[in-house]
Design a protein around this ligand. Structure first.
Ligand code: CUA
Length: 338
């Protein structure tokens, strides 16, 4: 057998060292609800691991004993010798199983209740799952203070966020493992999940219910910020899109508003106000394109518009016929939408 390559060994070591850290793992809880789940996960691992080791130890002991006394393995001759010590230990075993399972049931109940508790003054966010992107809407009593973005969720640290989860086409599932558990987004039904981030950082959420061809390409970047940074981000997002400045940007805006783009997307401050595709008012400020499929760079944006199906086969976004020059102008306009 060939020895594993150095690269394989290095990645195995890296996995061992970093396996419990990361932007999308429940083993690195960064929120109140994820910590509760972490407690129950560790309790289950501990109780079940302990039982498993005990079972294996008894199995090994039984095999060892049978080998030392071969008569034990003979077919029964009509009566079995009684073994009072074994019978007593069977009682202890049954008591341990009962205590272990009961404690897990009680812990599950307490954790479930604490996660379902209503948080005071939460931040209200409506998340709508679509094939294959997320619409994120921050609700406010004043319509001019409500904002819509896509494929990114910003949350202030230490403030509960109440996510209203809606499905627009098929069943999806919202899962931000560093912050909490999974919750389905079902057409015709509204679900809620509360997340209380406890650590500033960048995380990743992912659709966790198979929803079609691009299910795996349905991610959402999750930014937990200080309240000050969150307010700044929110204020920036509430601004209308900047007017195009250069001739290329002006031509790009004209292309956007006169071709198929305007039928699905919205850009505030323009006539574009469709909602069947991501709102692009501040697209240049987002970290990724196509629901986490590509880093948001001008080159990627250009390739994406040129042929979306190349990156996401089955995607609803059509290939809009544009000349190379028109594509450059369109990208110049979109890149200015910070
Ligand atoms: Cu949406 Cu899987």
């Amino acid at each position: 057998m060939r020895a594993p390559s150095a690269a394989l060994q290095a990645s195995a070591c890296a996995l061992l060292l970093t396996g419990c850290k990361g932007v999308q793992t429940m083993l690195d809880p960064a929120g109140e609800q994820a910590r509760h789940i972490d407690v129950i996960w560790r309790a289950m691992l501990g109780v079940c691991g302990f039982m498993y080791v005990l079972v294996l130890a008894f199995l090994a002991w039984a095999i060892w004993r049978a080998r030392r006394a071969p008569g034990l393995m003979e077919p029964a001759t009509g009566h079995t010798a009684s073994e009072p010590r074994l019978e007593r230990s069977l009682g202890v075993w049954a008591a341990m199983i009962t205590a272990g399972l009961t404690s897990l049931v009680l812990l599950s109940f307490v954790v479930d209740r604490s996660m379902a508790a209503r948080a005071p003054q939460p931040l209200d966010v409506t998340i709508t799952a679509n094939q294959w992107w997320w619409q994120v809407r921050y609700e406010d009593g004043r319509p001019d203070q409500s904002l819509t973005t896509a494929n990114e969720l910003h949350l202030p640290v230490d403030r509960p966020a109440r996510l209203k989860l809606v499905g627009s086409d098929v069943i999806h599932s919202f899962w931000a493992p560093n912050l909490g558990g999974k919750q389905d987004l079902i057409p015709g039904r509204t679900n809620y999940v509360t997340l209380t981030p406890r650590r500033v950082g960048q995380f990743r959420a992912q659709c966790a219910e198979f929803c079609g061809l691009q299910h795996a390409h349905m991610a959402l970047t999750l930014t937990v910020q200080t309240p000050l940074a969150f307010d700044r981000w929110r204020a920036e997002q509430l601004q209308a899109a900047p007017s195009p400045g250069t001739p290329d940007q002006i031509a790009g805006q004209h292309i956007f508003l006169s071709r198929a783009c305007v039928l699905c997307h919205a850009i505030s401050g323009t006539q574009a106000n469709a909602t069947s595709a991501p709102d692009l008012t501040h697209i240049a400020s987002r970290p990724t394109l196509a629901a986490g499929s590509l880093p948001n760079t001008p080159a990627n944006l250009k390739s994406w518009i040129e042929d979306p199906a190349r990156f996401k086969p089955g995607v609803n976004m059509p290939k809009v016929p544009l000349s190379g020059h028109e594509l450059d102008q369109l990208v110049a306009y979109l890149e200015a939408l910070k």
